[in-house]
Write a protein that binds this ligand. Structure first.
Ligand code: C2E
Ligand code: CA
Ligand code: CA
Length: 493
């Protein structure tokens, strides 16, 4: 998990670093380009200025021959597209304009300021021009050049949209778009001023940064990866116990422990209860309290129980001749498992593994498994038909409506250890235990008291007719060998 975070942070830093480098590279490139445009316009205006001075020196000549000369001058010029001579506000000669049709307003348009942005008056879609003029007395000579061609000198076109030639209050962009000075935020712009002429080249560096900024997309992607990563980790953490359990089932790590059950007159061993343990490779023996609930929820209890039943058959087989006659083997069966057809088959296989009448199976069910009466009656019958006994486990601790008892033929009732533990002396009456005993007797059930730890409890239960005793007083759950050792050394008869 730590590694995942570390990798994410490193990835973010690398992206941020490259991002910074890329933006920095773009910025330098654009600034260099802006300077190229400044230099280009400077030299275009130098050229204009030379042409104007030249024309000014021969301004008095008649336009007839003069015009040819003006046209040739323009043809040999790099930038200048027209040159015109104005006297007293009227056009007197031009390389381009028809001086007879040119009105004074148009002339004013081209010569407002020494350098100004103007538009062609003779095209359907006006093209932006940069007009430049020099005045001498009543004489004015002006030139026009196309504004957008200047941008072609920039060594890139990726960022051209963010570069403008700023003349006065109006700025002209590379595709002829006009931007008014009052609509911009000067903090987002950098200006490259001409040292010779009244213009500058403006660069919108904020837009460049934004356009090529991968920080936000990166942060978004990293956040999504982070959230997905967290969800995966959360899922892994939440399902870790479940996956561990599944692994344990596959590796056969669940093993049976056995607790001997004795007759209450303590003269003979009558059976055993099979209690699951998890032989954990790292933690050692794990109590069922830690895994049964999860195994039930995930239904892993079904394969787990099957493997335990098979294992018990193998454990018992070598000792079968040493076991008391009709020895009962009690399995705890979780809710829902009864309906699984395979359980009946598992039991049949188990019984078939031993000579007839040597063992009996008891299935311990908790009260809530008896709720759906119709189905349960049918299921119980299937088991009881092949000689399997049914016990109510943990009686009195769960479902408290006793009406269900009438509907079934239940063979055994197990008094839970929580009730047995209430018996403190053999002589002091324990109402709850007495009630359970009376109920079981009235319904013809055999009674097993579990959790019997003291002689006083044993005596109390025996005196009230409880037939079977299970508890640490006689035996603590153990593996097969230890159980057999106890059974044989303390064989009661
Ligand atoms: P449970 O069915 O009530 O089993 C009796 C529990 O009481 C066992 O605990 C047993 O070790 C303990 N016990 C027996 N005598 C005494 C005693 O004198 N004093 C005290 N304090 N405890 C005693 P365990 O083995 O820890 O099992 C706990 C529960 O786990 C079982 O309660 C049963 O509900 C469940 N369980 C165990 N194995 C399986 C299994 O294979 N399948 C299913 N479905 N549940 C199982
Ligand atoms: Ca039990
Ligand atoms: Ca119990």
């Amino acid at each position: 998990m730590l590694l995942f975070f570390l990798l994410l942070v490193i990835a973010l830093l690398i992206v941020l670093y490259y991002d910074y480098k890329i933006i920095e590279g773009h910025r330098l490139q654009v600034y260099k380009g802006a300077q190229v445009i400044v230099d280009t316009l400077d030299s275009a205006l130098d050229e204009s200025s030379n042409i104007i001075k030249d024309v000014m020196s021969s301004k008095n000549e008649a336009c007839g021959t003069k015009q040819q000369q003006l046209v040739r001058t323009i043809e040999s010029s790099n930038w200048v597209r027209s040159v015109s001579i104005v006297y007293d506000g009227h056009m007197v000669c031009s390389s381009f304009f028809d001086i007879n049709n040119e009105n004074d307003a148009n002339i004013k348009h081209y010569t407002r300021n020494q350098l100004n942005l103007s538009f062609t008056r003779f095209l359907a879609i006006p093209k932006p021009l940069i007009s430049y003029h020099i005045k001498e007395g009543n004489w004015v000579v002006f030139t026009n050049m196309f504004a957008t061609t200047l941008f072609k000198e920039a060594p890139f076109d990726q960022f051209l949209n963010n570069i403008y030639i700023a003349i006065g209050d109006e700025w002209i962009g590379s595709s002829g778009q006009i931007l008014s000075k009052k609509n911009i935020n000067p903090e987002e712009w950098i200006f490259f001023k001409s040292k010779k002429y009244p213009f500058s080249v403006a660069v919108n560096y904020a837009a460049i940064q934004e356009k090529h900024n991968t920080v936000w997309p990166t942060i978004t992607i990293v956040s999504i990866v982070f959230i997905l990563g967290m969800l995966v980790i959360l899922y892994m953490v939440l399902t870790a116990p479940q996956r561990a359990l599944l692994r344990a089932v596959k590796r056969n790590e669940f093993i049976p422990y056995y607790q001997l059950i004795s007759s209450s007159d303590s003269v003979r061993w009558t059976g055993i209860e099979v209690l699951a343990r998890w032989q954990h490779p790292k933690r050692g023996l794990v109590s069922p309290i830690e895994f049964i609930e999860l195994a039930e929820r995930t239904k892993l209890i079904i394969p787990m129980t099957k493997r335990i039943i098979d294992r018990v058959a193998k454990d018992i087989a070598p000792h079968i001749s040493q076991l008391p006659h009709s020895f009962f083997i009690s399995f705890n069966i979780s809710a829902g498992h009864l309906e699984d057809k395979k359980l009946l088959n598992n039991c049949k296989t188990f019984i078939a593994a031993f000579p007839p009448n040597t063992i009996r199976i008891v299935l311990e069910l908790t009260e809530n498994q008896f709720l759906d009466s119709k189905k349960v009656v049918r299921l119980l019958k299937e088991f009881q038909d092949i000689g399997i006994r049914i016990a109510i486990d943990d009686f009195g601790t769960g479902y408290s409506n006793l009406a269900y008892l009438n509907q079934y033929h239940i063979n055994h009732l197990k008094i839970d250890k929580t009730f047995v533990s209430k018996i403190t002396s053999a002589d002091e009456s324990c109402y709850l235990v007495d009630t359970i005993i009376n109920l079981a007797k009235s319904m013809d059930m055999h009674i097993i008291a579990e959790g019997v730890e003291t002689e006083a409890q044993l005596r109390y239960l025996r005196e009230r007719g409880v037939e079977y005793i299970q508890g640490f007083l006689f035996h603590k759950p153990s593996n097969i060998d230890d159980m057999m050792a106890v059974l044989l050394t303390r064989n009661k008869r």
